[in-house]
Design a protein around this ligand. Sequence first.
Ligand SMILES: N=CN[C@@H](CCC(=O)O)C(=O)O
Ligand SMILES: [Zn+2]
Length: 411
Amino acid sequence: MSILIKNIKELLQVRETHIPIVKGKEMNILPTIKNAYLLIDHDTIVEYGSMEDIQGLDADEIIDATGKIVLPTWCDSHTHIVYAGNREQEFVDRINGLSYEDIANRGGGILNSAEKLQNTSEEDLYLQSSIRLKDVIKLGTGAIEIKSGYGLTIEAELKMLRVIKKLKRDFPIKVRATLLAAHAIPKEYKGNKSAFVDLVIDKMIPEVANEQLATYIDVFCEKGYFDLEDTERILIAGKKHGLVPKIHVNQFNAFGGVPLGVEYQALSVDHLEELNSQDIEALKNSNTIPVALPSCSYFLSIPYTPARQIIDSGLPLALATDYNPGSTPSGNMNFVVSTACIKMKMTPEEAINAATINGAYAMGIGNMYGSITKGKKANLIITKKVPSYAYLPYSFGENNIDQVIINGLVY
Ligand SMILES: N=CN[C@@H](CCC(=O)O)C(=O)O
Ligand SMILES: [Zn+2]
């Protein structure tokens, strides 16, 4: 099966050869071809170019993209989409004056989601999560990282990871799984955090690695959750079992989590709403990518990750949703890209690079996803008729997507 997309107003993120990451000033460059075509064979991009050079090309199916923009699907490198129920009451409580911290301190927050998940069957959890996954694909996400972390017992963490495995089996998009057992201290371990960290290290990590249920190891490194020592112990144990660090740091406090992540070769350090100059220095000359989650800042009314400071220091930046029931009940990468431009002063070029090539890097799939490159997966967004690509972040809240192609099939 082949598809030829013709008369594309502008084809975005065209990279003749694969580049793994874009950093600093390069982030402001988005290579495009105006009046372009693109040929898909089965699930692969095999050819593209200017309409002037299209002669001789034919395909089983022709899509006329007159007036429309084509770009690679979003790579959402940070989500928690496997969860049970919702937390809209906490949302109302925050409107009425409680903070995220207040809610967590009285047993809500992550512990609330953990209780719900523990009491939900694997089948129901799969059903609830698959609805969300379908929805985000329609919004243009073609690759997604999904974390555990609402289980907090061995059984429930394994249940979450098995659901992620089934989603990976049943859906055409790329799915990467992360073990985030150290997401909160369970009620039963209150005052005895080190025993819970021992459980994560001695039981959960070996079991998950043994069953090959995760690629990455994550920790919520934050005051009131897991400190630097806990984080270091968990990263060491994860690495010993072949899990690559990819961690939550600096959401509310900056106290050394970023340099620690870099020291343990984390693939990414995510959140960074609070960031200091030592963090920036640590990230320079490292292979660790910072990841910003602007929908979380929006929803919790906390600071936005200082994208300008990061990019202007020559660093790369990726954008992701953080889709979860507590801090970001949205998996809309289009909103993330818009919000990054509106609130973080990223240019459309920077934001699109951050949500495609750099998103793919932040989930370790850059060789096959994130750009229009021959041989990469045919995962594409075809927009509605739009005046320019800057219109995409500009028209925030509007759905500009006409079609999503995943592995060469119109979704
Ligand atoms: N901060 C830690 N974890 C999630 C939120 C978890 C929750 O509130 O359920 C996050 O990335 O924002
Ligand atoms: Zn998160």
